[in-house]
Design a protein around this ligand. Structure first.
Ligand code: B3K
Ligand code: ZN
Length: 857
């Protein structure tokens, strides 16, 4: 890895020399020799040659203004095509040829499972034809797809279908026109045979929109939930943000071969089938939740992303942070607000904090990038959404909504920057956001420490807050940020409570709250009002009081998380196993005997923090001690509260499956109880009973998981029964693969090896690969972090193998290996060696090179 590859830098941005006013494409499909004829109407903006990106393409011909272009008039390289003197306006015609069948990177146009499909974001369009493949070149697209319609009945692209023509050779040519100018990353083309589920939506202003879902043959019924979710999302965006859909047709295609969750192509979303298909036999409550949220997310992009897009890819959070925020608000309204907040915060505290502590640390608006696909990160997306949420908290919902509206009105049809967004917020609200902008440029996890002094005589509460952001791999010096800290002040003696928002802007600040009559207890960082680590010196009893008394469900859950973190820290410090206090047992007993009305929250309160959340609090991470302590606590709770778990479990009756919040809560709490009961004498019987009696996969998986973590005798038999029953159903097989991958024993290695030979497994399918290996590296800490290095070696070998097949996937999978500095000396050495081996191996993709090289410097 001695060569240095040059990243692109935000500071080097230059506007394009040419715009493409119209893009005409004719795509003649063929598995190994697809021909793409493009006709581009260009117009000069500034001086310079006409640059067209192009990668892995075979150039067949070029014509400029109706005449062939001589070889001295252009330069061709493996990155693209430069036309030296194209004039100020003109028509450029380029013919290219590509091989969709061989395209296992799943970027550009590919053929998998008999379906032609595209993925162009971020820079995939350049694998289809030579083009200024950058988000600030917006063009009106007209696309003709030519294919044999007997084999490929559906030929789809963006916008409206304007013509169908039978060709003399028996093929069909279907033409689509998208009236909205768009960057090439939003282009899409699909050709295949599907089941279609269709309905309509009437917008607030009375326009009728046709909604169509295209899914694998035989699975049409499973798209019903997603279709209904789309209708809810469309209504919600009208009501919450005043935004209507703008085309006459909205299509969603579900495919099994897809690198990520979904893609918001204008009028033609392409989805990973995992986030469309659902019925009670094959999708869990959690799957339903994510389907609704991702359907919403892609739909919301129609305004935040498509109508107003990014000037350059450094601005990715402009559309992603904002759209994740919008989908979170949607989920909070559709499902449980408390649970959706808990879900989002868990992700920040695990993956995002870990990213800040890793060699890949970057601000939500990165400053340099080698491979853009590496920056579709939890930082850009989820911390980006937290930044938007802070704006809403600081400005208030009304002014925030006005700012959102101003942003879209002001920039409709443009490609803009994060600064433009903040400016619109500032202009609409009249609030100075100068210092707030630092959230876009500064990376890292701020740490906020709080102390409080209550002066009974003066009835005053003095709160002192200090902030500090530790250096990150990419940035050494840090400045104070604007940090909104929501608090609730409880007065346990009088049951009085009040809320306040403290806005921390300096390194240290004091806030005085008057008229506090009795000794208060402060609930800090309510709703996780800023993406920070909060340090507060409460005792275990104080955390338990908050968990029992805070008015906000999220705050109660958070207090329990802090409680357990404290218990574990104390135990690890004194080298002992943690013990359960009578207060904790009494609180848990109470929750089990009289659950809160919100059963899902009750389950969350009874759940120990996961390994990753805890790991983020240590440097180095005491892997073995943490895992031992967690296991010990689980067993202690199971033993000491067996009767109470059992009582609660028996009260929760099975009802015919519906995805509905009360039932979701019941199943969550039932699963939680079973996860403890599995460790008792009654475990085997209860687990088997739930597995057999359940009419849905949520309860069945809960039983399988409970059995697995308690290492019950009949686990293998249950797993085989599941695998046999769903032998042809990849939606369930993926869950089976993941379950096997999380087996907490050395046997997992043999089983993983066997499963790579399973008829449904393919190295070319990202869903299958992730089901096995991401599940292993992210959710089997015990075996992944084995001190003998077997877990790390397995993941490294998978990464090496995949890099040639699908670099994007390889680069995702390597993430857990990068942060070697976070572990003890021994593990550091194991990891570093593996990374060095990877680096010295054969040519690495840019995707992998960027991550490995950062990790090793
Ligand atoms: N915009 C796409 C993600 C594209 C990822 C490219 N590697 C999905 C989304 O965020 O909605
Ligand atoms: Zn998105």
């Amino acid at each position: 890895m001695s060569e240095i590859r040059q990243p692109k830098r935000l500071v080097d941005y230059q506007a394009p020399a040419f715009v493409i006013e119209q893009t005409l494409l004719r795509v003649e499909l063929d598995p190994v020799a697809t021909r793409v004829y493009s006709k581009l109407k260009f117009r000069r903006q500034t001086a310079g040659s006409l640059w067209l990106d192009g990668q892995a393409l075979q150039l067949i011909s070029i014509r400029l203004n109706d005449a062939p272009l001589g070889e001295d008039a252009y330069q061709l390289s493996d990155k693209g095509l430069a036309i030296n003197e194209p004039g100020d306006v003109g028509i450029l015609e380029v013919v290219t040829q590509l091989n969709p069948e061989q395209n296992t990177a799943l970027e550009g146009l590919y053929l998998a499972d008999g379906v032609y499909c595209t993925q162009c974001e971020a820079e995939g369009f350049r694998r289809i034809t030579y083009y200024p493949d950058r988000p600030d070149v917006l063009s009106v697209f007209t696309t003709t797809i030519v294919a044999d319609q007997a084999q490929l009945p559906f030929l789809l692209s963006n916008g409206n279908k304007i013509a169908t023509e039978q060709l003399a050779d028996g093929r069909t040519a279907v033409t689509w026109h998208d009236p909205f100018p768009k960057p090439s990353y939003l282009f899409a083309l699909v050709a295949g045979d599907f089941d279609v589920l269709a309905d309509r939506f009437v917008t607030a202003s009375g326009r009728e929109v046709v909604l169509e879902f295209f899914v694998e043959k035989g699975k049409g019924r499973r798209a019903a939930f997603a279709l209904a979710a789309l209708q809810r999302a469309m209504r919600w965006d009208e009501q919450r943000f005043g935004l209507e859909y703008d085309l006459d047709r909205y299509m969603v295609v579900a495919v099994d071969f897809f690198n990520m969750g979904a893609m918001e192509n204008k009028g033609l979303n392409i989805f990973n089938s995992k986030y469309v298909l659902a019925d009670e036999q094959t999708a869990t409550d959690n799957d339903y939740y994510h389907i609704e949220s991702i359907i919403g997310h892609e739909y919301f992009h129609n305004w935040t992303g498509n109508r107003v897009t990014c000037r350059d890819w450094f601005q990715l959070s402009l559309k992603e942070g904002l759209t994740v925020f919008r989908d979170q608000e949607f989920s909070a309204d559709m499902a449980s607000a408390t649970l959706s907040r808990i879900d989002a915060v868990k992700l920040i505290r695990t993956a995002q904090f870990a990213e800040d502590a890793s060699p890949m640390a970057h601000p939500i608006r990165p400053e340099q990038v080698l491979e853009m696909n590496n920056f579709y990160t939890v930082t850009v997306y989820d911390k980006g959404a937290e930044v938007i949420r802070m704006l809403q908290t600081l400005l208030g919902r009304e002014r925030f909504t006005a700012g959102h509206q101003l942003y879209l009105e002001r920039h409709d049809g443009q490609a803009v920057t994060c600064d433009d967004f903040v400016q619109a917020m500032q202009d609409a609200s009249g609030v100075d956001l100068q210092q707030f902008r630092l959230w876009y440029s500064q990376s890292g996890t701020p740490e906020v420490s709080v102390t409080q002094v209550y002066d009974a005589a003066a009835q005053q509460l003095r709160l002192t807050l200090t902030q500090h952001t530790p250096a990150t791999a990419d940035q050494h010096s840090k400045q104070p940020l604007v940090i909104p800290v929501k608090i609730e002040i409880l007065q346990p003696q009088t049951k009085l409570r009040q809320q306040a928002l403290l806005v921390l802007t300096a390194a240290t600040q004091e806030f005085v709250i008057a008229e506090i009559a009795t000794a208060p207890l402060v609930v800090w960082l309510e709703d996780f009002s800023a993406p920070v680590k909060l340090h507060c010196q409460y005792t275990a009893e104080q955390w338990l009081s908050i968990a029992a008394q805070a008015s906000n469900g999220f705050a109660r859950w958070d207090a329990m998380q802090q409680y357990w973190s404290l218990m574990l820290r104390q135990a690890l410090r004194s080298n002992e196993l943690p013990q359960l206090s009578t207060e904790l047992l009494a609180f848990y007993r109470q929750l089990l005997r009289q659950p809160l009305q919100d059963l899902a929250l009750t389950a969350e309160l009874l759940q120990l923090p996961d390994f990753e959340t805890l790991a983020g609090q240590y440097q180095p991470i005491p892997v073995d001690a943490l895992l031992d302590a967690l296991q010990h606590l689980t067993l202690q709770l199971a033993t000491l509260l067996q009767d109470d778990f059992s009582y609660c479990y028996q009260q929760l009756l099975f009802a015919p499956y519906q995805y509905q919040q009360q039932q979701v809560g019941q199943r969550a709490l039932r699963g939680l109880c079973l996860s403890y009961l599995a460790h008792t004498d009654a475990g085997e019987e209860l687990v088997e009973q739930q597995f057999q009696q359940a009419d849905n996969i949520t309860d069945q998986l809960a039983a399988l998981r409970a059995g697995q973590s308690a290492v019950l005798a009949a686990n293998d038999s249950r797993l085989s029964r599941l695998a046999e029953r769903f032998a042809d159903d990849v939606q369930v097989l993926d869950k089976y693969f993941s379950l096997v991958a999380t087996l907490p024993s050395e046997q997992v290695f043999t089983k993983l090896e066997q499963l790579t030979a399973h008829p449904a497994f393919s190295w070319k399918n990202p869903n299958r690969v992730r089901a096995l290996f991401s599940a292993f590296s992210l959710r089997n800490p015990q075996q992944f972090h084995r001190a003998d290095g077997q877990g790390y070696r397995l993941v490294a070998s998978v990464v090496a193998r995949l890099d040639a097949v699908n670099p994007q996937l390889a680069a995702r999978l390597i993430t857990p290996l990068l942060s070697w500095q976070r572990y003890d000396q021994h593990r550091q050495q194991l990891l570093r060696q593996l990374l060095q081996q990877l680096a010295s191996g054969s040519a690495m993709s840019d995707d992998l090179y960027e991550k490995v090289s950062k990790s090793l410097t």
